[in-house]
Design a protein around this ligand. Structure first.
Ligand code: ADP
Ligand code: MG
Length: 261
């Protein structure tokens, strides 16, 4: 074969192997290689670097697309100065994603507006950026989903969908009580994930002592769920002020309400 056909083969071959970014950048990187007298491995390394970066980006985008996030929030957007009770270094450690490898659950407790959902989503973004699948779901939405799945004979499929991702985020556990069958299905998800060794993030406005109410007034089921959740876990209790109210205070809305009351 002549040199020309090998050049042709290089591009076609990359394309055929699914390395479309490398195929697109081949001419440009080859020209740079010639101009700067790169070694052959340097050239190949540069070509692979571009292909791998594009793949990583696609994986992250796919993970985010399937995340069911209501919106995106990052740890970098969180004002730790506003919530001094939260250990910033703890979140620096969580941001490494080690909790995923260790199947360590993260439980965020506290009153409304202190940033629980923000931080839970941010941990989900960390997960996606490491290329792992995650699923975010509000506890009420989860309960409804399970009830519907049960009624439609799709419970095993839904259970599988919820127990598989590297991270499941259950937001707002305890805002509304579950009925007994929902409580036992939620327990089953927690137990399955515990057995599989995959991490779960839970946010709640209820202290652990109140989880009996959350689990349909079944303290035995609640403590069985807590047992599994807390075995390998990081619990973060946020006791500070609501960030939402601070925003309102700033705009004078709360002051106005006080005057009219
Ligand atoms: P919670 O889930 O605890 O009720 P959220 O996470 O929904 O609270 O926070 C309410 C709003 O305030 C969100 O828009 C969130 O991004 C923002 N927020 C809360 N705390 C902080 C903070 N410390 N820094 C930046 N934004 C914050
Ligand atoms: Mg919330």
């Amino acid at each position: 074969m002549s040199a020309i056909s090998y050049e042709h083969l290089a591009k076609e071959g990359l394309q055929a192997l699914g390395h479309s970014t490398a195929a697109t950048l081949l001419d440009q990187i080859a020209q740079q290689a010639a101009a700067d007298s790169w070694s052959y491995s340097h050239f190949l390394g540069k070509l692979l670097e571009a292909e791998l970066a594009a793949r990583k980006k696609r994986v992250i985008e796919t993970c985010l697309r399937f995340s069911n996030f209501p919106y995106l929030k990052r740890l970098a957007d969180f004002d730790f100065d506003f919530q001094p009770a939260i250990d910033r270094t703890l979140f620096e450690e969580l941001a490494t994603g080690r909790f995923l490898a260790e199947a360590r659950n993260v439980i965020l407790l506290g009153p409304p507006g202190v940033g629980k959902t923000h931080l839970a989503i941010a941990l989900g973004v960390v997960t996606a950026e490491l290329g792992y699948r995650l699923y975010f779901i509000n506890a009420l939405e989860l309960a409804r989903k399970l009830t519907t799945a049960f009624a439609q004979n799709r419970l095993p499929h839904t259970m599988k969908m919820l127990s598989q991702p590297k991270l499941l985020i259950i937001d707002e556990v305890g805002y509304l009580p579950l009925d007994p069958s929902q409580a036992s299905m939620l327990f089953e998800i927690i137990a399955k994930r515990y057995e599989k060794g995959v991490a779960t993030v839970v946010t709640s406005n209820k202290s652990f002592g109140q989880w009996g109410q959350v689990f349909a007034n079944d303290p035995v089921l609640a403590s069985a769920a807590l047992d599994r959740l807390l075995h390998h876990s990081t619990v973060i209790s946020i006791k500070g002020d609501s960030y939402r109210l601070r925003e309102k205070r700033k705009s004078g809305l709360i002051g106005l309400q006080t005057q009219t009351n």
